[in-house]
Design a protein around this ligand. Structure first.
Ligand SMILES: [Zn+2]
Length: 223
């Protein structure tokens, strides 16, 4: 059962369109697996629509648009000239195979652009190319028996478990768990059966233990 959910403030910001695409996608993927949060978002969206309607002083304007004034031809030409459509071929496929393991990719990230897969030991990751500055998001696969060295976070680190399971000092996670950590937490995720996660992190990770300090570059590799 999913035990970790996005906070209400985060759901609210999602409804209001205030989140970066990476975090919004993570919430959408969580909600696909969590009827409880999906219901909350539905409720918030309805409330927001009511608010907008109440504050709309001139709703009758919508009926006054003269269809003859809209240049349909120009509109279609604008749409077909949009270069972004041509990039569709590079999007994340619906299913992917990483190190011999097949994964189904949730629809919220199927439209995103994904870089190449890179491996370091049992950890393999591909960056989502979202151009969100210091915010990096990735698909992260850990093979059975893999561990991420103990680390803390300068900013935040969100891990959304998509498939498989992993554990850390705080417990064991199932697909859909939305694990948001900040600089005050440190953890050592480990997986026995292997897993695929969507991660969003703000700023570099800081690895805390002995030899792991020497391996600090792994932080920028993983997140
Ligand atoms: Zn939830």
């Amino acid at each position: 059962m999913i035990k970790h959910h996005p906070k209400t403030e985060l759901l609210n910001a999602h409804v209001n369109g205030q989140l970066p695409a990476s975090l919004s996608a993570a919430i959408a993927m969580h909600n696909d697996l969590c009827p409880q949060c999906a219901q909350a978002v539905k409720h918030m969206t309805e409330q927001q629509a009511e608010l907008l309607f109440e504050h709309n002083d001139a709703p009758e304007l919508a009926n006054d648009i003269d269809l003859n004034e809209i240049d349909i031809e120009q509109m279609i030409s604008d749409i077909t000239n949009d270069d972004s459509v041509e990039l569709l071929a590079e999007n994340v496929p619906v299913t992917i195979s990483v190190k011999g393991q097949d994964y189904k990719i949730p629809r919220a990230i199927q439209h995103m652009h994904m870089g190449k897969w890179h491996s370091l030991g049992k950890i393999t990751r591909a960056r989502m190319e979202l151009n969100e500055g210091d915010i990096h998001s990735s698909l992260l696969q850990i093979e059975p028996g893999g561990t991420v060295p103990e680390h803390t976070h300068k900013g935040f680190e969100l891990t959304l478990l998509l498939q498989g399971s992993f554990s850390d000092e705080m417990g064991t996670y199932v697909p859909g768990d939305f694990i948001m950590l900040d600089g005050e937490h440190q953890h050592t995720p480990a997986t026995t059966e292997g897993c695929l996660c969507f991660t969003v992190a703000d700023g570099a990770q800081h690895f805390t233990q002995g030899i792991n300090k020497l391996l600090n570059p792994i932080g920028s590799f993983i997140y």
